[in-house]
Write a protein of this length. Structure first.
Length: 254
């Protein structure tokens, strides 16, 4: 009896060593005698001790910060750009069997693609169309990493650093554009005001009472302020009489 227990206990212990537990975000790639067998997990499962070997893979989304990269744009401007890359493992089997170090490979692919895309665009496009460039970089890197079983979820450029001289030139350009816009608006306002004043003068010339009311309104506005302006009033009748006499003299001279 003791001999049976002596044999069974080591066998049970040996069998128990084959039980494995993986968390919800983990997968186990099982190799049997060196050959790919299956993917296990999450939860509890059993492998054959000494026969099966397991490679654990984390399928959660990973964040990689791409350090600042200095490159020259299509319009010969030197810029420094850093970015953030989000990716996760889609196929644990391929990420183990197809590439040795997928983390380094994804980082190098993202860094190279970032430099290439920046070099194909001018500075204005980089500053204005950052979202479009993020999508372009994501698609290129995802195409590279797809055979490895890795999917690129998102790429975000964080900061774009440009030389101080270029910043001053861009500030001067923006100031010139604002000045141009201001002058155009002012010119349009003056044109519109001149048209309205012309229409008003025509209406007042046909209605002397309206002109007199406008003169009285002007006096009211001047009197509302504390000033020493002297105002001399000329009756409208005198102006009308002067105009009639001038017209009569003109006809007699003709």
């Amino acid at each position: 009896m003791e001999g049976i227990f002596t044999i069974l206990i080591p066998v049970v212990i040996f069998a128990l060593t084959g039980f494995k537990i993986d968390r919800e975000y983990e997968r186990g790639v099982i190799f049997r005698l060196g050959r790919m067998n299956s993917i296990k997990g999450p939860g509890l499962y059993w492998t054959i001790p000494l026969i099966d070997q397991k490679a654990k893979v984390d399928i959660r989304t990973k964040t990689v910060e791409i350090k600042s990269q200095e490159t020259i744009t299509a319009d010969s401007v030197t810029v420094k750009v850093n970015a953030v890359l989000y990716y996760r493992i889609l196929d644990p089997e391929r990420v183990i069997n197809k590439i040795e170090d997928y983390t380094s490979a994804v980082y190098q692919a993202a860094m190279t693609t970032l430099r290439n895309v920046l070099g194909q665009n001018i500075l204005d496009d980089i500053l204005r169309n950052r979202d479009k460039m993020n999508v372009q970089i994501q698609e290129i890197v995802d195409e590279i990493s797809e055979p490895w079983g890795v999917i690129i979820e998102r790429v975000e450029m964080k900061d774009v650093e440009i030389p101080q001289s270029m910043q001053r030139a861009m500030a001067q350009e923006a100031e010139a554009i604002r000045e141009k816009r201001s002058r155009l608006i002012k010119a349009a306002a003056e044109k519109e005001a001149s048209v309205m004043l012309s229409e008003a003068s025509q209406q007042m010339s046909n209605n002397p009472i309206a002109l007199e009311l406008r003169r009285l309104q002007t006096l009211t506005e001047i009197g509302a302020e504390n000033n020493t302006t002297t105002v001399m009033l000329v009756p409208t009748e005198l102006i009308t009489l002067t105009k009639q006499m001038a017209d009569k003299l003109t006809r007699e001279n003709q």
